[in-house]
Design a protein. Structure first.
Ligand SMILES: CC(C)=CCC/C(C)=C/CC/C(C)=C/COP(=O)(O)OP(=O)(O)O
Length: 293
């Protein structure tokens, strides 16, 4: 068969702009876009509600965004063989697009950018945020497959409000309830995030805490942890107004109804309830922003 003339070949090859666009899209897909957006939005909203000035809010947003990008990309890079064995269609790096080397470089560039962006809030705040990012990398590098898998989530999410508060003028100490609320929310997020992948993970040798506890107990743990976060953030600052009381009441009703609906079911109810209560936690956190300092 005769090869097509060079002009036709040229037309069939995607333009450089299209290739860059496709690579950028694949990189976005590989960064864990939903948690990256959610944690960046939480950090930014906390900075606004705690009263950080506009420059400080921008600094927090960019530091958290680059930290999350580095964590998301390194996770998919390090898990690529396991994800390929598990046929994870939602993991583009396992399929080779974007190329693993590009993702590894992107993760390191994001991590390098995160360092000055974190220290822009001051050295205390910078250390708190970089410790959170280091904990998340330790999860990716191996802790996720051990009984301690929940520890990076507990500590990193406690350090997120600490990052925001330590960047305020005078560097006040973060209040206990913000640290405890963040830790409980992070632990709940770990159980909720792992639940859909429990079977695939076990097949590929990942035995984190949720895998050891099993589906049912992990679902319960996720719901109870996010509810405990609601209680701590609603009541911790003292004398709760009508909004925190309403949020806590709604979270309690949802968890009780979710656990009741879960009996004998497949757990979809409890999983959705966990996500809904985690959103209530975020709203309660933002509403309590003024008490952070
Ligand atoms: C404030 C801050 C830095 C918080 C981050 C805390 C933390 C431990 C994040 C890990 C995020 C992550 C890439 C999870 C993927 O887990 P997975 O590999 O179990 O799930 P997957 O199979 O869906 O990728």
């Amino acid at each position: 068969m005769r090869s097509p003339p060079p002009d036709a070949r040229e037309q069939r090859r995607p333009s450089a702009r299209r290739r860059v666009g496709a690579l950028a899209g694949a990189l976005v897909h590989a960064c864990h876009p939903e948690p990256t957006a959610a944690v960046t939005a939480l950090g930014t909203a906390l900075a606004v509600s705690a009263g950080r000035p506009a420059g400080g809010v921008l600094g927090v947003a960019l530091a958290v965004l680059t930290g999350q990008l580095s964590v998301g990309w390194s996770n998919d890079y390090l898990d690529r063989e396991r994800d390929r064995l598990a046929n994870r269609a939602d993991k583009p790096v396992a399929g080779g697009v974007p190329p693993p080397r590009v993702v590894a470089v992107a993760a390191l560039v994001a991590l390098a950018a995160c360092v000055p962006l974190s220290f822009a809030s001051g050295w205390r705040a910078g250390c708190a945020h970089l410790a959170a990012v280091a904990l998340a990398w330790s999860y990716n590098l191996g802790l996720k497959a051990t009984a301690l898998s929940v520890v990076p989530y507990l500590l990193a999410f406690a350090l997120l409000p600490a990052f925001v508060v330590l960047g305020l003028p005078g560097h006040p100490a973060p209040p206990w309830w913000a640290l405890a609320g963040g830790a409980l929310l992070g632990a709940g997020a770990h159980f909720a995030n792992v639940l859909p992948d429990l079977t695939d993970d076990l097949r590929t040798g990942v035995h984190g805490l949720p895998h050891r506890l099993g589906q049912r107990r992990s679902r319960g743990a996720a719901a109870v942890l996010v509810l405990a976060a609601s209680a701590v953030v609603a009541l911790g600052p003292g004398r709760p107004g009508p909004l925190p009381v309403a949020g806590l009441a709604l979270a309690t009703v949802l968890v009780v109804a979710g656990i009741a609906a879960d009996r004998g079911g497949k757990g979809v109810g409890a999983f959705r309830v966990t996500i809904a209560v985690a959103l209530i936690d975020v709203a309660l956190f933002v509403a309590a922003g003024r008490s952070l300092a």
